[in-house]
Design a protein around this ligand. Structure first.
Ligand SMILES: [Zn+2]
Ligand SMILES: [Zn+2]
Length: 357
């Protein structure tokens, strides 16, 4: 008897699977329509508690890593969306994560290494054409940001012409094309860039020499604080800025693992790469040293990003971190694209989720 029931159920299962296989195109079409509705209706902060939410739209570096686009950190403050750096692939991630580029209120650049601006042209284009923007995207950065924004607008000039001619000025208003550079000068003491009752954004200089200027950012929203290091070696200014912060998003390069890359380059007779692998160790920060900084600054959560070298399998996270989890007794996460840390207003909660949710 039992055997017959099992056989009948197995037969039914085969029939259901066969029907699903036959109708797979139709099922996929319906799922796609639902996804389109969801994406077009998506607004920053949807489904999230009021608070500060930090999302890694790009947790990688110039080196290709399947789980990590170029450097990009999105910050949702209440219902508002800001982006810190726009590396290669990160703008597509924003859309996939339900954070429409058209809704980005402002971009904040940490410095002008190409991996941090590779996606900026795409972001300015999506902001304009995706949202019928009537004013350019504000792009804040240290001096030099005018050159970056102006250069990209020149490069996108022909594209601007095609789109206006094709879609019309009502759809792509000429006044909304591109970005508006907003340069500021920052020293180790933070300078205020946005000062509103609920939201404050400040910048401070970091130490990425010989690359200069280079800055990090402090974001305060309704009593919660996140600090973004930008690219830097271990710096007193970061430690100062991070003091008591709910979240520190810090760059990380494992000297041990980059040492393996350097040895491989030498074995392969690639002297140029060997020199690069030596040089980069001097202006980034090793995870254990970052953990020690986080402990000294008494931050509550440490999120590592700008992960160098690429970590294609999670088993490498242990060797990447070394003793970090012993040095810093709060949570330490090796960032991946889609990681979101939520800091709800009016609480001390720190919640981790992964986007798309
Ligand atoms: Zn970088
Ligand atoms: Zn850099």
């Amino acid at each position: 008897m039992t055997k017959r029931i099992v056989l009948a159920l197995a037969g039914l299962l085969v029939l259901v699977l066969a029907a699903a296989w036959t109708l797979r195109g139709e099922i996929a079409l319906r799922a796609m329509a639902r996804l389109m509705d969801r994406n077009l209706a998506a607004a920053p902060g949807d489904g999230l508690p009021d608070g500060l939410h930090v999302v890694l739209c790009g947790s990688g570096s110039p080196m290709p890593d399947p789980g990590r686009a170029g450097p990009c950190t999105a910050v949702i403050a209440g219902k508002r969306l800001f982006v810190f750096d726009a590396g290669s692939g990160s703008v597509r991630n924003l859309t996939l994560m339900g954070l429409p580029p058209a809704r980005v209120e402002g971009v904040f650049l940490t410095h002008f290494h190409s991996d941090h601006i590779d996606g900026l042209g795409e972001l300015m284009l999506q902001h304009w054409a995706g949202g019928a923007a009537t004013s350019p995207l504000p792009v804040h950065g240290p001096p030099g940001v005018e050159t970056v924004v102006g250069g990209l607008m020149t490069a996108y000039g022909p594209d601007r012409g095609y789109r206006i001619a094709h879609h019309g000025e009502a759809v792509v208003p000429p006044s909304g094309f591109g970005g508006e550079a907003r340069p500021f000068a920052a020293g180790p003491a933070p300078v205020v860039l946005v000062d509103e009752p609920d939201l404050k954004i400040r910048a401070f200089s970091v130490d990425h020499s010989p690359v200069s200027p280079a800055v990090g950012y402090i974001i305060d929203y309704r009593g919660r604080r996140a600090v973004i290091s930008g690219d830097t070696r271990i710096a007193a200014s970061v430690e100062q800025a991070a003091r008591g912060a709910d979240l520190l998003v810090h760059e990380a390069l494992s000297e041990r693992l980059v040492g393996l890359q350097k040895a491989a380059a030498e074995r392969a007779g690639r002297a140029n790469l060997s020199k690069i692998f030596t040089d980069i160790q001097g202006y980034h920060a090793d995870p254990e040293a970052v953990a020690a900084l986080a402990a000294r600054a008494q931050v509550r959560y440490l999120l590592l990003t700008h992960i160098v070298p690429p970590l294609p399998v999670r088993a490498l996270e242990g060797p990447f971190l070394g003793d970090s989890r012993r040095i810093f007794d709060g949570p330490v996460r090796v960032g991946r694209d889609g990681d979101m840390i939520s800091l709800p207003a009016g609480s001390r909660d720190i919640r981790y989720t992964h986007s798309p949710r």
